[in-house]
Design a protein around this ligand. Structure first.
Ligand SMILES: Cc1cc2nc3c(=O)[nH]c(=O)nc-3n(C[C@H](O)[C@H](O)[C@H](O)COP(=O)(O)OP(=O)(O)OC[C@H]3O[C@@H](n4cnc5c(N)ncnc54)[C@H](O)[C@@H]3O)c2cc1C
Length: 411
């Protein structure tokens, strides 16, 4: 049996798992780190087409990516800094306008395609001597003894063999990090329960080409069936492409998915009130069922959960990946602190400090998103009045706007 002894093994090579591996490797070069990813299919960055899935990166997330060395591969190529944000309510006159000049910053954040971030992190991981990444391997069996996890990754293509597979390697590790997404296997293995809320909404994502420039602005209109956002894209020669994130009640989403491109574009143009002129074309659409999910604990013996494995959230404020990246940052800080003190990075004190620093913060963001979703989904008059008055009050208060921007950017 091929045995690999590691200090840290991260299961899940999505955005958060890869960022975790790279940051730990950079900050703690003495650690041997492995990253196990189930999929062997890379999503290549196409020179002629955008990925429909994007992230609005906060300044704190951008800093983290810079520290890993991944941002340097993204900067100036396929990232779109946005300088303004316009948010308005479909049922009334309430609106808020945010401008980076109000906070004396060069931008409010960066819109980056998911596959661009993944490719940059992956290239960086290949350069780091103390991380090894295994793709096409799915965590299948495990056991724990003498304070160590023994993990077996089995190729999904190979025939299932009962119990242990003699062919595939066993990763023996002190610290196991579950970064394996919303349906985390590691979370199940640790028997950690989640609190779930089904939003009964589906997010449709695609790329739209508009008649007019996106003006380096993030546009979001709240309809009572859910918010529609158009986020500016850059890198392919013009300023007329936007990533669309349209969160709609399930019934409406089903109808929108069935439409042909022309009819969908017309519906989108109406939903965003033609703020960018006509929608000239739309790409293939992808849909995601929306559900809030929060793990009751972020750790078990010798193991921690990060990213969507610990929490998933409504995309209306574009915070899911940003929160996950902050988990990776805090876990790295705690591991570093433990190493300086001669404590095992898998010690319960390290993991409980990580949980203390992250769970409360993530819980308040999850609550705020659920409250927003309910407030903007409510059709009756007094709720409409409340949200329109609220939006107008925020818009009229430079102090409040400044606070919101600084909090949203995590600076
Ligand atoms: C429509 C939409 C728009 C969004 N917009 C934003 C935004 O603007 N800003 C933002 O911050 N967030 C946004 N998010 C959220 C963000 O996309 C997620 O929070 C983020 O991608 C989660 O990353 P992750 O690495 O934790 O999980 P994932 O991306 O789910 O990665 C998990 C990885 O683990 C692997 N895996 C699973 N099981 C196993 C196993 N047993 N063994 C090995 N590997 C395994 C999977 O193959 C996958 O690669 C959005 C989400 C949606 C749905």
């Amino acid at each position: 049996m091929n045995r690999q002894r590691m200090d840290v093994t991260i299961v899940g090579g999505g955005m958060v798992g890869m960022a975790q591996a790279a940051l730990l490797a950079v900050r703690c070069p003495q650690l041997r780190i492995s990253l196990l990813e189930a999929s062997s299919v890379e999503q290549p960055v196409r020179p002629d087409a955008y990925d429909a899935r994007v992230v609005a990166l906060t300044e704190a997330s951008r800093n983290l990516l810079e520290e890993t060395g991944a941002w340097q591969r993204i900067e100036g190529e396929r990232e779109c800094p946005y300088t303004q944000m316009r948010v308005w309510d479909a049922e009334g006159t309430g609106s808020v306008y945010f401008d980076c000049r109000d906070v004396k910053l060069p931008n409010l954040g960066h819109i980056v395609e998911n596959n661009v971030i993944l490719a940059a992190l992956r290239a960086r991981i290949e350069e780091l001597p103390n991380v090894s990444m295994e793709t096409g391997f799915k965590l299948e069996s495990w056991w724990r003894d003498c304070g160590l996890w023994h993990l077996q990754a089995r190729s999904p293509n190979r025939e299932m063999i009962d119990g242990l597979d003699e062919q595939s390697p066993v990763y023996t590790t002190r610290l196991l990090v579950g970064a394996d997404g919303a349906r985390s296997r590691v979370r199940d293995l640790l028997r950690i329960r989640t609190r779930d809320v089904d939003y009964r909404q589906t997010a449709l994502v695609c790329v739209a080409r508009c008649e007019q420039s996106h003006q380096y602005t993030a546009w979001q209109r709240f309809l009572d069936t859910g918010p529609v956002a158009m986020l500016p894209l850059a890198g392919l020669g013009d300023d007329k492409h936007c990533a669309v994130v349209w969160s709609a009640d399930d019934d409406l989403a089903r109808e929108l998915v069935m439409l042909d491109d022309k009819a969908f574009a017309l519906n989108l143009e109406k939903a965003i009130e033609s703020r960018l002129g006509s929608i000239e074309s739309v790409s293939e659409r992808f849909s995601f069922a929306l559900r809030a999910r929060h793990a009751e604990s972020y750790f078990g013996p010798g193991a921690a959960l990060i990213g969507d494995a610990a929490h998933s959230i409504h995309p209306l404020a574009g915070q899911g990946a940003n929160l996950g990246l902050m988990d990776a940052q805090v876990l790295t800080e705690e591991v570093e602190r433990a190493l300086k003190r001669g404590i095992s990075p898998a010690h319960v004190s390290v993991l409980s400090r990580y949980q203390r620093r992250r769970r409360g913060e993530n819980a308040s963001t999850l609550k705020a998103m659920s409250a927003f979703k309910s407030l903007f989904g409510a059709g009756d008059l007094q709720w409409r009045w409340l949200r329109n008055t609220g939006l107008s009050m925020v818009d009229a208060s430079p102090m409040l706007k400044k606070r919101i921007i600084m909090r949203a950017m995590s600076v």
